[in-house]
Design a protein around this ligand. Structure first.
Ligand SMILES: [Zn+2]
Length: 60
């Protein structure tokens, strides 16, 4: 399963966002990962450790 991601990648998370989408685009990587929800454009920052726990797969 592809788990290599970079800025611009679309990723599928294990849990859906409250808007119903489970797809996010990576805006920034590092110790923290900045993500934008594809469904509602909500932006979040989470630690890389939490991100990798919640990550299901990388789509693009
Ligand atoms: Zn959303």
């Amino acid at each position: 399963m592809n788990k290599n991601y970079e800025v611009g990648s679309i990723v599928i998370m294990k849990k859906n966002h409250p808007c119903g989408s489970n797809k996010w685009q990576i805006l920034r990587t590092g110790v923290d990962i900045k993500l934008k929800c594809i469904g509602c454009n909500h932006v979040v920052m989470i630690s890389r450790i939490d991100f990798e726990k919640r990550l299901k797969k990388v789509e693009v």
